[in-house]
Design a protein around this ligand. Structure first.
Ligand code: NAP
Length: 339
């Protein structure tokens, strides 16, 4: 039975896909953006076939303005908005504060509006970091902040922990769960690329001449959005308090490059075939913010299992190879990467 759902962060990669799937299922969707002047027309253009079922509200994670109106009349919230930058900020609080306060603000206004189902977009960042000598993780694991982790990892961990503590203390009847995606890939809507998709673009267009000795888990944006929708629709006892990692497979960057080469041979000439020596990554990290982030990940395996999510929510994830191929095809179809 379709109702009305608030999706925060409708301009984002994941938020957009969640809206897509909800509208396709007949829901009415409220979404928040930071600037209506910048985004409202683009959103209405994207979903012009769902006229009247998409309502756009202006609300920032750092201010109370607009949140009551956005929540009014909604049956559930998918809280997706959170800062997700490419580089590392000088001050970690530029990420940690909006992620945490924004989540608590979203929870508080949902409760005030009488909404009883809240799905938070957390991250594998809240699962798989700060734990020495461990390389396989699942929904029961938590990032250990005492080991000192990068600001984005901290922001997602603190946001999820705070949300769970807040629900336990203030809204114990609320049906709260988190979706914890690993790196998200898949079809794009426009050239406003998320940090993870940017990596595939760089593999395709020759801007990574050699593959760093680094790996990531892959999940498809369509599977991430489906997890949100299923978590909104599932019986309360299946999802209350749950954590749902979405993760299909761990891949080394070299394997991702090989997948691009095999599935889109027209890019073979530009796709890296050799591994970048670790010392070079460390050297480049002195000048390039994205290399700085990679430096700490050299040789690490962080294999997060999504099996629990597949089992509880009842569907199977798209294979990582298919996801990479669909990312490539979509980047080409939108003219973002040219052969
Ligand atoms: P994205 O495309 O950058 O979207 C982020 C969204 O958050 C945008 O709509 C952005 O709005 C909004 N936002 C950021 N700061 C805000 C603020 N202060 N007030 C209000 N809105 C704000 O990133 P994404 O990949 O879709 O990520 C969405 C969520 O998934 C985030 O919570 C992220 O941590 C999580 N996640 C992403 C990945 C991934 O690989 N993509 C993996 C795991 C978890 P503006 O348009 O105004 O900037």
């Amino acid at each position: 039975m379709a109702g009305t759902v608030l999706v925060t962060g409708g301009t984002g990669y994941i938020g957009g896909e969640v809206i897509d799937q909800l509208l396709a299922k007949g829901y009415t969707v409220h979404t928040t953006v930071r600037s209506k002047a910048k985004s409202e027309e683009r959103l209405h253009q994207r979903w012009k076939d769902a006229t009247g079922r998409l309502k756009v509200f202006e609300a920032d994670l750092m201010s109370d303005d607009g949140w009551a109106a956005a929540n009014a009349g909604c049956d559930a919230v998918a809280h997706v908005a959170s800062p997700f930058p490419m580089g590392v900020p000088k001050d970690k609080n530029d990420l940690v504060i909006p992620a945490m306060e924004g989540t608590l603000r979203a929870l508080k206004f949902a409760q005030q509006a009488g909404i009883n189902r809240f799905v938070q977009t957390s991250s594998a960042a809240a699962i798989a970091y700060g734990q020495k000598n461990k390389d396989h993780f699942d929904y029961t694991d938590w990032t250990n902040l005492t080991e000192g982790v990068p600001p984005y990892i901290e922001s997602k961990t603190v946001a999820e922990r705070s949300a769970r503590d807040w629900v336990a203390a203030n809204a114990p009847d609320m049906i709260f769960c988190s979706i914890n995606p690993v790196a998200v890939f898949g079809p794009v809507y426009d050239d406003d690329l998320s940090t993870s998709v940017e990596m595939v673009k760089k593999i395709m267009d020759g801007s990574i001449p050699m593959a760093p000795n680094m790996g990531i888990c892959v999940t498809d944006v369509r599977d991430v959005a489906e997890a949100h929708v299923r978590a909104i629709e599932a019986p309360a006892d299946k999802v209350r308090g749950e954590r749902f990692p979405t993760s299909q497979k761990f891949m080394w960057i070299e394997e991702m490059a090989e997948t691009v080469r095999q599935r889109a041979p027209e890019f073979s000439a530009k796709v890296p075939t050799r591994r970048m020596p670790d010392f070079l990554v460390k050297l480049l990290a002195l000048f390039m913010p994205e290399m700085k982030q990679i430096k700490g990940e050299l040789g690490n395996v962080r294999d997060v299992s999504g099996k629990h999510t597949e089992d509880v929510l009842g569907y199977r994830f798209i294979t990582a190879e298919q996801t990479i191929e669909d990312t490539v095809r979509s980047l080409v179809a939108h003219g973002i990467v040219k052969v």
